[in-house]
Design a protein around this ligand. Structure first.
Ligand SMILES: O=C(O)c1ccccc1NCC(=O)[C@H](O)[C@H](O)COP(=O)(O)O
Length: 224
């Protein structure tokens, strides 16, 4: 069969919508063309859902949508409880988990692990190299302010020039303060092939907006 070569075509960007809590948000995520859906298990978050809620959302999710459980310094019992109840495709670790703990979580759950690493300055870049040795993916996110209640999902971005054109051993995803208005520029500047958003597609904290989700995915997938 002849192979169609399109030398000038940029690879398609993969989008993750994080912090979903309602069936209609999962549907909006899939129908917009995003490929990952994130469920937050963190009590202090406005996006926190129970294991039962996550299970109900995940079993009804359209085929092909990858389900990601976001956890913050989870112990083994919580990991096992989430993993045994919810059909998952990936674990996202968003706390202060060490590289050794990332490896343990992979072994314990049998799932790929994406480790979030906060970036505020050039001093934070070494951690990306370290975690990319052990994690299946790294999430290059904005570092939360010291007084923040949440370790992520704060709608804050970092200086994308810090990582412009950088690659790591593991596949990576860009996050932090992305919106339908800035995601195309963020992709252009950093070369990201995957992007993750939560606050930027919400009508209110914890409430996703289907039109913003669609606009975000359109902007991320627009030909560069
Ligand atoms: O969303 C939360 O409430 C949350 C709580 C605890 C840890 C991480 C959390 N969110 C992370 C994300 O949603 C994303 O992976 C990423 O940080 C982007 O968030 P945003 O800047 O809001 O787009």
């Amino acid at each position: 069969m002849p192979v169609l070569i399109q030398p000038n075509r940029a690879p398609s960007v993969r989008v993750k919508i994080c912090g979903l809590s309602r069936p209609e948000d999962v549907f909006a995520t899939a129908s917009a063309g995003a490929v990952y859906a994130g469920f937050v298990f963190f009590a202090k978050s406005p996006r926190n859902i129970s294991i039962e809620q996550a299970r109900a959302l995940a079993v009804e999710a359209p085929l092909g949508l990858a389900k990601v459980a976001l956890l913050v310094n989870p112990d083994d019992a919580l990991l096992m409880a989430v993993n045994s109840a919810v059909p998952l495709d990936m674990i996202q670790l968003h706390g202060s988990e060490s590289p050794e703990r990332v490896a343990e979580v992979k072994a314990l759950t049998g799932l790929p692990v994406m480790k979030a690493v906060g970036v505020a300055s050039a001093d934070d870049l070494a951690a990306l190299d370290t975690y990319s040795e052990v994690a299946d993916q790294i999430l290059v996110d904005a570092k939360p302010p010291k007084d923040a209640d949440l370790p992520g999902g704060n709608g804050l971005s970092f200086d994308w020039r810090l990582i412009a054109g950088r690659q790591w051993k593991a596949p990576w995803m860009l996050a932090g303060g992305l919106t339908p208005d800035n995601v195309a520029e963020a992709i252009r500047l950093t070369g990201a092939q995957q992007v993750d958003v939560s606050s930027g597609v919400e009508a209110a904290p914890g409430v996703k907006d289907a039109e913003l989700i669609a606009a975000f995915v359109r902007a991320a997938l627009a030909r560069r």
